[in-house]
Write a protein that binds this ligand. Structure first.
Ligand code: HAM
Length: 477
């Protein structure tokens, strides 16, 4: 059978961007640039250093850290094969690549902890909707190589400070501790036991989650399941002594640093690598209650006391159950997480590290911040609004143009120009439209004399200046 010719794509197919992705130009580009510069400045003041990892990583980096059965790994990764047959993935998040880099470069030999910041595009094949892009931008922080609670508090504080610097008001850190592997086994047993007793009252999704991913029962937004959720056993009651102590200390640090937070016993997050502290930052209309709930000293639910956490005969296996989403699925505007993060003490070993690298980090969703009504853009350093418009008349002057512009560039004087235009009137009109105070006019006569005309656009007065004296003349202006 002869091969059918490939159907010719319409022009519209070739001239539209992929779904869920954007072109960022003009003012919007400067907004993002300004965000990254300001956020990096705050991070640097707190001792974080820059890192940039590749935009693609080997697939295993993500599957063995984020978790095989999470939504990200199961459905959202942009996977590709290199020409050599290697399975690569467009990074859906930054943490796994950074831990990979820490291990690969033996960063454990550096003074610990290693504090890093990063920003750039990330890729998830999600359903595009408000605040959810397939290519989106994060600014992230990672502190690697310490289990100290102060490190958790510093990451949270810096994230909040960056958001405040961007003008975002009514911030609230929703925080929880999901303990470590051992305490979670006991908790999941208790949670499953509780839900099984109420099987008839829960939605179909929850019935499924009891089997596949019990922690996500806490993410359910179905109105019929809310009461049950409110009365469900709380993770905090199943925390081991050391996890509980850690959580208490983090909260104390947040109190001292005046960071608005609210304990949210239902916050579980959606990446499998988290241990102990998990948090999300939201902009709230209600008050953010910064009074810590009492952390009980003992388990309050009768199903599974804390002591059982380490017994191997626990009926559930000791694997962290999959959580399917990075942040809540059925979001209302108020719930949209502006940033999220947590501690990931086991991630490095999952990636093949021989040693534990206890770490904490978080990332801000930049696309969500820059569209908030409170957002105040920062001007990036790279744009200096030019005060000079360069005009040339005639071919000889065009030839000389680049030499003059380079002279100005070396003196750090930015100019606007329209070298492709020929007529003086058009170029003057463009300078006026942009409200540029001075124009430089180079005609054939000036080229021969080695001079240039400097015109004050307000007073219409003008001087003829020798080109070698131009910089000094302009600097005096
Ligand atoms: P995440 O919660 O998946 O965590 O993402 C962090 C933030 O990125 C979210 O709170 C949200 O603002 C933004 N975000 C996520 N997905 C999208 C999307 N499709 N479109 C627009 N914005 C989005 C992480 O990525 C972890 N790596 C954070 C972390 C760092 N944990 C420890 N260290």
């Amino acid at each position: 059978m002869s091969k059918q010719p490939a159907k010719k794509k319409s022009t519209a197919d070739r001239t539209t961007r992929p779904r869920g992705m954007r072109d960022i130009t003009g003012e919007e580009f400067y907004t993002y640039q300004g965000f990254f510069e300001k956020a990096a400045e705050v991070a640097l003041y707190y001792g974080f250093q820059p890192i940039e990892t590749p935009m693609v990583e080997k697939e295993d980096v993500f599957t063995s850290s984020i978790g095989e059965s999470t939504d990200i790994v199961e459905k959202e990764m942009y996977a590709l094969k290199s020409k050599g047959g290697e399975s690569l993935v467009l990074r859906p998040e930054g943490t796994a690549g950074i831990v990979r880099a820490y291990i690969e470069h033996g960063m454990h030999t550096l003074p610990q902890p290693v504090m890093l910041y990063y920003h750039g595009p990330f890729f998830r094949h999600e359903k595009p909707q408000r605040g959810r892009w397939r290519q989106f931008y994060q600014f992230g922080l990672e502190t690697l190589g310490t289990e100290k609670s102060i490190a958790d508090a510093v990451v949270i504080r810096v994230i909040v400070t960056i958001l405040q610097e961007m003008g975002i008001k009514n911030l609230c850190v929703r925080i929880n501790s999901i303990g470590d592997k051992e305490c979670r086994v006991a908790y999941i047993k208790a949670l499953t036991h509780y839900y099984k007793k109420h099987l008839g009252e829960v939605c179909a999704n929850c019935r499924q989650r009891i089997k596949t991913n019990p922690l996500r029962l806490l993410d359910c937004n179905d109105p019929n399941c809310q009461k049950l959720k409110e009365e469900a056993p709380e993770m905090v009651s199943y925390l081991s002594e050391s996890s509980k102590k850690h959580f208490k200390e983090v909260l104390e640090h947040l109190d001292t640093a005046d960071t608005p937070y609210m304990i949210d016993h239902t916050l579980v997050r959606g990446l499998d690598y988290y241990t102990r502290t998990v948090f999300e930052v939201v902009a709230h209309e209600e008050e953010c209650d910064d009074t810590p709930d009492d952390l009980p000293d003992e388990a309050t639910d009768d199903e599974t006391p804390n002591e059982e956490t380490t017994t191997p005969e626990n009926e559930d296996n000791d694997e962290t159950p999959p959580q399917e989403r990075p942040d809540n699925q059925e979001e209302t505007p108020k719930q949209l997480a502006l940033a999220g993060g947590g501690r990931y003490n086991d991630l490095a070993k999952n990636l093949g590290s021989k040693r534990d690298i206890p770490s904490i980090g978080a990332a801000i969703g930049v696309d969500r911040i820059v569209t908030l009504p409170d957002f105040v853009p920062h001007h990036p350093r790279i744009i200096k609004k030019p005060k000079i418009y360069f005009i040339q008349i005639g071919f000889e002057a065009k030839l000389k143009s680049l030499e003059v512009i380079e002279l100005l560039r070396k003196a750090k004087i930015p100019v606007l120009q329209s070298l492709s235009k020929d007529k003086l009137s058009i170029q003057l009109a463009m300078a006026e439209k942009k409200a540029i105070p001075y124009t430089l006019i180079l005609g054939q006569k000036e080229v021969i004399d080695g001079t240039i005309i400097v015109r004050d656009m307000d007073s219409h007065s003008q001087d003829t200046v020798k080109i070698e004296e131009l910089i000094e003349y302009l600097k005096k202006k």
